[in-house]
Design a protein around this ligand. Structure first.
Ligand code: GLN
Length: 425
């Protein structure tokens, strides 16, 4: 990696046309999105030499829209993390504060945009991985409604939770990239039959007359200085004509636990293919098949990925399935119902994107449980398959802070309009 913040793992230069909605835009791509002929590592030693033979659907669409692909961005290994420090290629640093993490797992994409390495970027969000680094790097990031954007060519981590989405310096850039990548795809059976809306036309609709719910647990659970910045923005939204109400969403206290059980369970299955035979790096002459499999996986995966495969395999194993996986699915359903009921009363839900300021760099001392808890505000939208956006608000001590809006399914135009209102303040 050579750019100033180590945001890129691999440089590339591909452009198919010079007209279209992305003409003149340079685009960086998270390294878990397949690019034909350009290695796609997922931030893992396991895939350090993997060169996909095909493009993801979103890559085809960006090229057809005139975008110029400039590189693959660093990420937490297989998307598992919140700091971009679990990458086998070393960390990316925060362009606003070099001693701090850029967030994760799409930290390379957010840093590339914040540093001007690319105009816009693609990330993926399983439990916050677009919104978290957008918040920490002071840029805009959107996780679409589940099924709005094709996952064909996205290397799976937690397939029932994740979506590819846009990162940009402005809400308008995010709207533009979303319009290019959204829409039906026969190659992804979970894709909705839903054409993209006129996202850019929604941008100056404002928030006048909208009711915005403020979940007490997500606001109250945030650090005081983050909360102060958040409250100042909420006051401006009220001045712009929004009504605000406090919301009690009792199910949310189970969100982090449910998310990690489901994400790890899905990961344990999705990562089974990296055995050195079907996919991935292989340790040579490691013995019989069992020994070779174990040695190869031990060498190819980092500690966080290994931890999650072990925990996920455990959660799915006979005798424990009802105790963990089934309970997590029950909690997921409850969270979905809580949001449904809330959206009978409110148009949008707002909270700080991250409950804390960006963390200082320093992987060695990081406690995994503390990191998991920092996902409290972002994972509910993934569990409920709802769209969510993070937009920059007032920094604290020169460190970026993000505000998150979550809306009902396919309410991306409303999310973008609200985020644009925050951006204009
Ligand atoms: N921090 C979360 C995790 O580690 C989110 C990751 C993501 O969205 N890919 O699972």
């Amino acid at each position: 990696m050579s750019d100033s913040h180590d945001s890129l793992v691999t440089g590339m230069d591909r452009q198919e046309r010079t007209d279209g909605p992305l003409a003149g835009y340079t685009v960086a791509v998270k390294d878990n999105i397949s690019t034909a002929g350009v290695r796609t590592t997922c931030g893992s030693a396991m895939l350090a030499d993997y060169i996909p033979p095909y493009d993801a659907t979103v890559i085809e669409r960006v090229l057809a829209a005139g975008g110029r692909l400039i590189g693959k961005t660093n990420m937490d290994e297989f998307g598992m993390g919140s700091t971009t420090e679990t990458s086998a290629f070393g960390p990316t640093t925060n362009p606003h504060a070099p001693d701090y993490v850029p967030g994760g797992s799409s930290g390379g994409s957010a840093a590339a945009v914040a540093a001007g390495v690319a105009d816009i970027a693609l990330g993926s969000d399983t439990g916050g991985s677009i919104r978290n680094p957008a918040a920490f790097c002071g840029v805009v990031g959107l996780k679409p409604t589940y099924g709005l954007v094709s996952r064909y060519g996205l290397v799976a981590y937690g397939h029932s939770l994740e979506q590819i989405g846009p990162i940009g310096r402005t809400v308008a850039d995010v709207a533009r990239l979303l319009a290019v990548i959204a829409g039906p795809d026969d190659r992804d059976a979970t894709c909705l039959d839903e054409e993209p809306a006129a996202y850019d036309a929604a941008l100056d609709r404002g928030v006048d007359g909208l009711t915005i719910g403020l979940p007490t647990s997500l606001v109250g659970g945030s650090d005081p200085e983050v909360r102060t910045s958040f409250r100042a923005t909420v006051a401006d939204l009220e001045a712009a004509g929004a009504n605000t109400v406090e919301l009690e969403l009792a199910s949310l206290k189970h969100a982090v636990a449910a998310y990690y059980v489901i994400a790890m369970s899905e990961a344990s299955s999705n990562l089974a293919r990296y055995d050195g035979v079907r996919y991935g790096h292989r340790v040579p002459d490691a013995g019989d098949w069992n020994e070779s499999f174990a040695t190869t996986r031990r060498a190819g995966f980092g500690d966080e990925v290994t931890r999650r495969i072990l925990l996920g395999t455990f959660a799915l194993s006979a005798g424990y399935h009802d105790k963990y996986y089934q309970q997590a699915q029950d909690a997921r359903r409850w969270i979905g119902q809580d949001f449904d009921a809330a959206f009978d009363e409110v148009d949008l839900i707002a909270s700080p994107t991250m409950p804390t300021l960006p963390f200082e760099l320093g992987a060695a001392e990081r406690d995994p449980l503390e990191l998991y808890l920092a996902d409290a505000n972002t994972v509910p939208a993934n569990l409920a398959t709802l769209p969510a956006i993070s937009v920059p608000i007032d920094p604290v001590d020169d460190l970026p802070v993000g505000l998150q809006f979550v809306g009902p399914a396919l309410s991306e135009p409303r999310l973008l309009a609200a985020a644009a209102t925050v951006e204009r303040r």
